[in-house]
Design a protein around this ligand. Structure first.
Ligand SMILES: Nc1ncnc2c1ncn2[C@@H]1O[C@H](COP(=O)(O)OP(=O)(O)O)[C@@H](O)[C@H]1O
Ligand SMILES: [Mg+2]
Length: 289
């Protein structure tokens, strides 16, 4: 399982990474990548490949199919390792730590990175995985290539989230974007703790801080679209917004509706937990000037 990623990562050799990269690349063209293609891509001899396949299969990183011909594909976990390897090569990550969050469509790790070994966070997107069944159905009707869908869905989500952080940081309090590869992003650790798990002494002040951040984000062209007490950190200095892969721009046809829903989620939370009442229309008008 994915929680073993740090140990597996340490045990994977450069040659094994080369095999994973070969299969990843050729999966653009095959549902099951023929062994000959892997030989061609890596330049390794068949005998050596057999040995490498053994290790990779043992770690549940690749899957073999021998129905029509001998073919391979990688599991999602291999994709995690390939992204992690890219970060390590670039020096944005030096060591992977613990799982610190399992979200609806992601798994988030604590890590250290950079020249000064500061704490960072790696978020591995999982979008394609949860919609896998849905995609399978779609494939039967459209002939879409199912075997690529999870790679694409998760990668697109990571790219989109990274773009949002780049657009917002540092004007809006969001994690600093540090690196992005495949379906993963590296960012700074959000300060404080989740709003959902906090007991605030000055809730009204925090609500104003959150609305301020939402407004600046809007002026920078970004509407969160999944804002809730589970995607906001609070700390003594204010708040930090996270989890942006589904953002839209103010030009989007549903912009008004989604901005309304974001604000409504926050106001409802503050009413429920802290008995604070605010006028949503006034707030929206103040954001959309
Ligand atoms: N930059 C970060 N710093 C600290 N914790 C984070 C950070 N990003 C994500 N997390 C943790 O991981 C969890 C899931 O991340 P999130 O971005 O909300 O993804 P999802 O779309 O799966 O909800 C969060 O609730 C939070 O606990
Ligand atoms: Mg979230």
């Amino acid at each position: 399982m994915l929680e073993n990623i740090p140990e597996i990562f340490r045990s994977i050799t450069d040659k094994e990474f080369r095999v994973l990269t070969a299969i990843e690349n050729k999966m653009k063209f095959y549902e099951w990548v023929p062994i000959e293609e892997i030989v061609n891509f890596t330049g390794f001899e068949l005998k050596e490949l057999e040995y490498l396949f053994g290790n990779l299969a043992y770690n549940k990183l690749i899957q073999r199919n021998i129905q029509a011909y001998e073919g391979y594909r990688i599991y999602f976990e291999a994709y995690d390792l390939l992204a992690l390897n890219a970060f390590v090569k670039r020096g944005t990550v030096n060591a992977l730590g613990e799982v610190i969050g399992i979200g609806k469509e992601s798994i988030v790790f604590d890590a250290t990175g950079g020249i000064i070994d500061r704490r960072v966070v790696i978020k591995f997107h999982r979008e394609g995985k949860s919609s896998f069944r849905h995609v399978r159905v779609k494939r039967e009707t459209t002939g879409e290539r199912r075997h690529l869908s999870w790679l694409y869905a998760a990668r697109l989500a990571a790219e989109k989230e990274y773009d949002a952080l780049v657009a917002l940081y540092p004007q809006v309090n969001v994690p600093e974007p540090i690196d992005q590869n495949r379906h993963a992003i590296v960012m700074s650790v959000a300060k404080g703790q989740l709003l959902a798990h906090s007991k605030l002494d000055e809730p009204g002040w925090y609500l104003d801080e959150i609305l301020k951040q939402v407004k600046i984000a809007y002026t920078l062209g970004i509407i969160h679209s999944d804002l809730s007490e589970f995607n906001i950190f609070v700390n003594p200095d204010g708040c930090e917004l996270i989890d942006f892969p589904q953002f839209i721009t103010p030009a989007h046809p549903n912009a008004k509706e989604l901005l309304y829903r974001d604000i409504d989620n926050i106001l409802s939370f503050f009413t429920r937990k802290y008995k604070i009442m605010r006028n949503i229309e006034e707030i929206i008008n103040n954001i959309v000037i």
